[in-house]
Design a protein around this ligand. Structure first.
Ligand code: AKG
Ligand code: FE2
Length: 342
């Protein structure tokens, strides 16, 4: 089997320079943010019409926003972050390697370091991760997850259920903000396929040359993300990379590509990436909510009219994912391939 280099091992070996495979081409390297822009903060306890109005603006302009007063117990968020960090920082490497993911299959569960993109010339991300398959319950096998600390597995299960409920709630509000019935997404997408990825970005000796995670938009419906106080997530807004400041106890919502298709482009998926930090390791936990591979995704007919013609053709979700893995995630190339009249 091909040996995988763990970024954490590289970082711990205290190299003064990052290996060549991690050096981004000039145009992808991080730059300093020029403006004081921030993604919107949406208080979910805001009364109905105001809340839907705020969501509408955030989803049209950004595809990314924080939610506060989200009803997820803060203790669960903190425990998930703490246990995620403990896998990377407190588990001896030989034990971590027992959970290595299968390099030959896309998005396999477990401990990984390289997102599976078939192009061999891809620059590597300065990141290790642990991917958990959590929903539907038929995919959930806690024995594939770390066994320590003793409540690690229970925490992931609890976190999974909380995120699933929040994803459904936010999508219900998003539907209503477009004048669609509350269950529009639920009826179209059905039961979510949910994955939880804990990303660990070790401190990097050359943050100006590297990325923790290359630019992409997520391919599913909606991603919910929490991070620690280091910061490093950036969202692309009108050509500028905007850093998502860590906001205590808030949850970041990132709209994903299928939501852009379903809303006929009224709402956008967020192009995002992660930068690295010279002094500190950073942790994030991203929870992806996707359709089953067989589900056909199409723009809501309620949002198509003479003045707002249909923009995207139908796509079977599994075909979309295959194209993402073959062509690579960069920019909106996979969504653009679905555009009608292009
Ligand atoms: O670490 C982050 O903030 C971003 C993670 C992410 O975008 C992903 O896993 O898809
Ligand atoms: Fe992402």
């Amino acid at each position: 089997m091909e040996a995988v280099t763990r970024v954490q091992n590289l970082a711990e070996s205290k190299l003064p320079h990052v290996p060549a495979q991690y050096i981004q081409p000039l145009h992808d390297r991080p730059t300093t943010q020029n403006s004081s822009l921030n993604i919107p903060v949406i208080d979910l306890s805001t009364p109905g019409d105001f809340l839907r109005g705020a969501l509408c603006g955030a989803c049209r302009e950004w595809g990314a926003f924080h939610v506060t007063n989200h009803s997820v117990p803060l203790e669960v968020l903190r425990r998930m972050r703490r246990h995620g960090r403990s896998f990377f920082e407190e588990t001896p490497m030989p034990d971590k390697l027992k959970y290595s993911c299968d390099l030959t299959s896309a998005a396999s569960e477990g401990y990984g370091s390289k997102m599976l993109v078939s192009k061999n010339d891809t620059v590597l991300d300065w990141r290790d991760y642990f991917d958990h398959h959590t929903l539907p319950l038929s995919r959930r096998n806690p024995r594939n997850w770390p066994e320590s600390p003793s409540d690690y597995r229970r925490t992931v299960e609890e976190y999974s259920d909380q995120m699933n409920a929040l994803a459904e709630r936010v999508l219900g509000l998003i539907s209503e903000s477009l004048g669609l019935k509350r269950d529009y997404f639920k009826d179209l997408v059905g039961e979510f396929y949910q994955n939880i990825t804990v990303s660990y970005y070790p401190a990097c000796p050359q943050p100006e040359l590297t990325l923790g995670l290359q630019s992409h938009s997520d391919f599913g419906v909606i991603t919910l993300l929490i991070q620690d106080d280091v910061g490093g997530l950036q969202v692309l807004k009108d050509g500028e990379w905007v850093t998502v400041e860590p906001l205590d106890d808030a949850i970041v919502v990132l709209l994903s590509d299928q939501t852009q298709v379903i809303t006929n482009g009224e709402y956008i998926s967020a192009i995002h990436r992660a930068i690295t930090n010279p002094n500190k390791a950073r942790l994030s936990v991203a929870t992806f909510h996707d359709p089953a591979k067989t589900v056909k995704i199409s723009p809501a007919s309620e949002l198509v009219s003479e003045s707002s013609p249909r923009r995207y053709r139908d796509v079977v979700y599994g075909d979309y994912v295959s194209s993402w893995y073959t062509k690579g995630p960069e920019g909106k190339r996979n969504l653009d391939a679905l555009l009608l009249n292009s």
